[in-house]
Design a protein around this ligand. Structure first.
Ligand SMILES: *[C@@H]1O[C@H](CO)[C@@H](O)[C@H](O)[C@H]1NC(C)=O
Ligand SMILES: *[C@@H]1O[C@H](CO)[C@@H](O)[C@H](O)[C@H]1NC(C)=O
Length: 431
């Protein structure tokens, strides 16, 4: 495996080598005090555009930004991560703009907010701006971490207005829909205490994501989730027309889709109440989102088969983006657990490389595959926030190199970006 590694980087071998010498021994200096001029990211057909140029995204997830920014001793990690990301040419980070009910909650109870935590989110956005990084902000979790739909249902129950104790009543209970709309409105119209800019007017925000991995298994027909997406996406656009919007789907095909049996990982995936095509086709949804977890989605699949699945899964969704949806498709999470039987770090290199190659080929042909965000990156000393997917990218030379190479080659096809101008030593050639 180690010997084979060299074969993955024939083109950038020399440039990367120089880069590593530079990054290891050089004094990398980026002035990061003056606020950077930034434009809104827009959509033109199946592509993202900034300032009239195509924008292909190499990015990552750090869900923990706001939560860590609340505590003084953990706050510096946000800047450290953004600085490191900038040096890897990354341009978009997906992170949580919610923490409902629990410890250091942003929303303490329906409509009540903790100003200290809101200031932490202000800080995250202001810091991202300083580093030329844009944020994809997710508004609620389908899962229980940081509250999620379970917390909303509990609130409705406690206030005596809840229709049902089912977690899925989040999607259909009229009182809970009002809670969530109030939440949306408060976030979108928040005036940042550091920059003075309302979130809805801030180009640092790449876009909004309705929910992390929505599922509504109690209505496998998909009608309940579809109705919720239609209502919430229209509501967001009634407040904010400047930002892009996505749903936050994992990308499974629903019960009426032919790809249910040919592309979905296994049979269960069509019974979650979601449908990639139908949900993403909602007119207010600007781009489609897809996740990639080959190891979690199969029982007993061999690694090589998983990698074949990854390419097929991605190409299928890019085809949908081009031919059916006519919207960009972004792979907003991809990760490989290190708890898998027989896991090796080389497998993670292979997996990242597989994802990056599909995106690169799609981008080169002007196709809808507009970018990918790794799940997840951390800085040193954050074991308590890691799951079995997280990495500190610069601790492993091969993966660090892959990430930079992806930033460079995507920027060469798209427009010039701030990050890439700064990376000219790494990327070589025209930069
Ligand atoms: C809702 O979800 C939580 C967390 O997954 C779970 O513990 C709880 O049992 C669920 N409630 C119902 C009524 O299914
Ligand atoms: C791809 O799109 C860009 C504009 O976004 C255009 O300039 C270029 O010619 C297109 N290339 C191909 C191969 O269609």
């Amino acid at each position: 495996m180690m010997a084979g590694n060299g074969l993955f980087y024939p083109i950038l071998g020399f440039a990367s080598c120089l880069a590593f010498i530079y990054m290891s021994f050089g004094n990398w200096r980026i002035e990061d005090t003056k606020p950077l001029k930034m434009d809104f990211v827009e959509r033109s057909g199946t592509q993202f555009m900034v300032n009239g140029k195509a924008f292909y995204i190499n990015g990552w997830n750090s869900y923990w930004f706001m939560d860590h920014a609340v505590e003084e001793y953990r706050k510096p990690r946000v800047r450290a991560m953004l600085q490191a990301a900038r040096k890897m040419g990354l341009t978009v980070c997906r992170t949580w703009a919610f923490n409902d009910g629990g410890y250091n909650a942003l929303q303490v109870s329906p409509g009540r907010f903790n100003e200290r935590v809101f200031k932490a989110l202000d800080h995250v956005i202001a810091e991202a701006r300083q580093h030329g990084i844009r944020l994809l902000l997710s508004l609620v979790d389908n899962l229980q971490a940081y509250g999620g739909k379970t917390q909303y249902v509990k609130w409705a129950w406690q206030e005596g207005v809840g229709l049902s104790s089912s977690n899925d009543s989040f999607f259909y209970d009229p009182s809970i829909r009002i809670y969530f709309k109030n939440y949306i409105k408060t976030i979108l119209t928040r005036k940042n205490s550091i920059t003075g800019i309302q979130y809805r007017d801030d180009p640092t925000i790449f876009g909004w994501e309705l929910m992390n991995e929505p599922r509504c298994m109690t209505d496998a027909s998909g009608d309940t989730l579809q109705d919720w997406i239609e209502e919430m996406s229209a509501y967001i656009k009634s407040i904010d027309k400047k930002h892009l919007l996505t749903v936050g789907l994992e990308g499974f095909y629903g019960p009426n889709s032919l790809k249910r049996s040919t592309v979905n990982p296994e049979e269960w995936a069509s019974r979650l109440g979601s449908d990639f095509i139908r949900n993403s086709a909602v007119p207010y949804v600007d781009f489609a989102s897809v996740h990639i977890y080959p190891d979690h989605w199969f029982h007993d699949q061999d690694f090589e088969d998983e990698m074949r699945f990854v390419s097929k899964w991605m190409i299928s969704h890019i085809d949908d983006g081009d031919k059916v949806l006519k919207k960009p498709v972004m792979f907003t999470e991809f990760g490989l657990s290190n708890l898998n039987k027989g896991f090796t770090p080389e497998q993670r290199d292979r997996f990242y490389k597989t994802v990056y190659d599909v995106i690169y080929k799609a981008a080169k042909r002007n196709r809808s595959g507009a970018g990918s965000l790794a799940w997840q990156f951390l800085v040193e000393g954050m074991d308590e926030s890691n799951d079995d997917f997280g990495i500190v990218p610069w601790e492993r030379r091969s993966i660090h190199r892959l990430i930079i190479e992806q930033s460079c080659r995507l920027a060469r096809i798209g427009g010039d970006t701030l990050q890439l101008r700064e990376l000219k030593y790494v990327c070589g050639g025209r930069w």
